[in-house]
Design a protein around this ligand. Sequence first.
Ligand code: NAD
Length: 245
Amino acid sequence: MLSGRLALVTGGGSGIGRAVCQVMAREGARVVAADLNEASAKETAALLASAEHVGVPLDVTSEESVAAVVRGVRDRYGAPADCVVNSAGITGFSFLKDMSLETFSHVIDVNLKGTFLVTKLASNAMIEAKTGGSITNMASILGKIGAISQCNYSASKAGVEAFTRTAAKELGRKGIRCNAILPGYIDTPMTSIASDKIIKMVMPLIILARKGRPEEVAELAAFLASDRASYMTGASVEVTGGYGL
Ligand code: NAD
């Protein structure tokens, strides 16, 4: 259960992030859904159907924007978020031979630098307020196995996993646990753009023979944030239906 907890979920306007908001609210947390798309963040908050949940604009690539959200949460609730989930993410498809530096960098900026910025500022706020807490980062099974035409995405997610282990080491003594989730192929707007060719390639590799549902990842995020996972830190946990075995 997450009653009494205050969750900040980046990418909370869509897909896995929205499902995390829904499961965490169901478990009793107050939820701040933060997203580049302000309207979708507010839509998530409206779905949660209580005024204690809010949707706010956030660009994880901007230190100013991240600082404003972290400050805004503290001002609104009188405490920092003690249950942070980094779910904001993008991808960009191109074979290595054609990938522009811009396409590579943009994905690294959002997925890896964004995770760094939110983790840094949110954990600093927890340390200042002496609340402790948990930070859960969405990495990906593709960070382990590598995805053809997504070297940017695969590298960013391997980076998120390594970053999470370092954060866990530095923050553990402050009562802050950091873990990474490695989803497989999950049915969200991000994967809805995949071509039939990609779907045909991936499906035979999934042992459970179907895409995952966002809630199936969100359940793990809620568990990792809760006291049921009180001895877990620095872990990378796969939710893949066996994809990547
Ligand atoms: P999604 O596209 O449905 O949601 C991503 C959200 O991130 C969107 O609402 C988008 O507006 C937001 N976002 C993008 N750039 C942002 C920025 N600069 N600042 C703040 N918000 C920003 O995608 P999803 O499938 O729900 O993915 C969520 C996370 O899970 C991502 O980190 C993704 O890489 C990871 N993941 C997804 C899958 C999958 O199969 N869907 C698999 C492995 C990992």
